[in-house]
Design a protein around this ligand. Structure first.
Ligand SMILES: [Cu+2]
Length: 463
């Protein structure tokens, strides 16, 4: 088969694949016309939804990953070199249904597409800069010649606006890596410029899994009602994102019962994120530095993802259900609205409410019993803003935002089925239920004090 036929086949397959998924991949018409010695075409993704993994169209065989709310970058083979074309550019990213952020990213989305290649291959990555300032791409954790490391000023000049640079190197070791700019990093990463770079093992059966999910953690400071991140922010971000999506906009991870599942999580925010998954004990099987030897693994239910790091964990999906998967910093499962609301828990606002109702008859005091009423009530919020917490499940409001999604494990899913199976149908008698018998007398709800020890003691004596 000639290279030209490879290119044509690649184009057809990707158009068909994208059409079946969401009809989202555009600008591929030039693929079949592109001569091998010219710049590869740069596909653009229109959809922020998860694109199912695509079987490799050339090069060495591998088991593709599934990028949550993302996609993998198509490539072409030029002789024995795998060629990609990344375009750094301003993008409009839908953070959740109807909420848009004006970010910088690659090939139409933030984060950029996942780059997938195989240990032993040589890659040539063309990077075109359509940003208003220079950029570069650092291949975070990849072993390569120093001059390909992408550090502006140190290993190369910045790629000027409008120019294209070429990165070319051999992939000497399999692993899970990231890419991001290393020039005006504070601005460009705060604007969402990042992506995954997965180097598959040369032996497709090494560490083989049935489903292999990847996603990046990113954080933004976007004032309610506005579209642009505040790039000078150092610590006080208000949107905590999984692949530049916030719950309820994050797609579920889907697995068939019995699947071996890997989840690879990269962190390019400015703080750590303890990622917790319900329902399972899992094993940490990889970092950006490589695979963890079997005898060195330990069981976990929460894995801290360090800043500038990646952790891969694995488990056998034997427990069916809808299992929450989220950052355990509770403010990272909240969205931007309402963080400046004062705490009124335990306050008696009845007198002040009476007075306010003289001016605004519909006034209701909020927050005196906690903040859950903020999720339950449709509070008026500015345009282009996600509520602080929300997302509806089968039992009501999930009262979450930000870095939260669900691992959905179901019996009998087809191997290539990544679509949302809906809510879990719990077997009878396995859901927490209300006690309908007599309730014990409550000792005291008069104040914040607990029952004094002597009263508790006398109660025991009566028994
Ligand atoms: Cu977090």
């Amino acid at each position: 088969m000639t290279d030209r036929k490879n290119v044509a086949g690649l184009s057809r397959r990707q158009l068909l694949g994208a059409g079946a998924a969401a009809g989202a991949l555009v600008s591929t018409s030039a693929w079949s016309r592109t001569a091998n010695m010219s710049l590869p075409d740069a596909p653009v993704m229109e959809s922020p939804l998860t694109q199912p993994p695509q079987a490799p169209s050339g090069g060495l065989p591998y088991n593709p990953v599934c990028t949550l709310n993302g996609w993998s970058l198509p490539f072409r083979m030029n002789g024995n070199v795998k060629e990609f074309h990344l375009v750094a550019e301003p993008v409009e990213r839908e953070l959740s249904d109807g909420t848009i952020a004006h970010l910088w990213g690659y090939n139409g989305q933030s984060p950029g597409p996942t780059i997938e290649a195989v240990e032993g291959e040589r890659v040539r990555i063309f990077v075109t800069n359509r940003l208003p300032e220079h950029t570069s791409v650092h291949w975070h954790g990849v072993i390569l010649p120093c001059g390909m490391d992408g550090v502006t000023g140190l290993t190369q000049p910045g790629i000027p606006a409008g120019k294209t640079f070429v990165y070319e190197f051999d992939l000497t070791k399999s692993g899970t890596h990231m890419y991001h700019p290393h020039g005006d990093e504070m601005v460009q990463m705060a604007m969402g410029m990042m992506g995954f770079f997965v180097i598959h093992p040369k032996d497709p059966n090494f560490m083989r899994v049935d489903r292999d999910y990847v996603f990046l953690l990113s954080a933004y400071d976007i004032d309610p009602g506005s579209y642009m991140p505040r790039v000078m922010e150092m610590t006080d971000f208000n949107l905590w994102a999984i692949n530049s999506r916030v719950f309820p906009g994050v797609d579920p991870l889907v697995a068939a019962k019995g699947d071996r599942v890997r989840v690879r999580v990269g962190n390019l925010t400015m703080t750590n994120h303890p990622i917790h998954m319900h329902g399972y004990h899992f094993e940490v099987t990889g970092t950006d530095g490589g695979w963890v030897r079997p005898e060195a693994r330990w069981p976990e239910v929460t894995i801290d993802i360090p800043v500038g790091g990646m952790r891969a964990y694995e488990f056998d999906a034997i427990h069916e259900g809808d299992w929450a998967l989220h950052c355990h910093k509770s403010h990272h499962t909240m969205n931007a609205m309402g963080h400046d609301v004062p705490t009124f828990i335990g306050a008696d606002k009845s007198n002040i409410a009476r007075k306010i109702r003289l001016i605004q008859p519909e006034y209701m005091p909020m927050g005196t019993n906690g903040m859950a009423d903020m999720a339950e009530m449709a509070m008026p919020i500015p345009d282009n803003t996600e509520p602080m917490m929300g997302g509806w499940g089968p039992f009501g409001s999930v009262e979450m935002g930000g870095m939260f999604t669900v691992m959905k494990v179901r019996e009998g899913l087809a191997a290539d089925d990544y679509s949302d199976p809906g809510w879990f149908d719990h077997p009878p008698g396995t859901v927490a239920y209300e006690w309908t018998g007599a309730l014990p007398e409550v000792a005291s709800t008069e104040g914040a004090n607990t029952v004094p020890p002597q009263r508790a003691g006398s109660a025991r004596r009566v028994d």
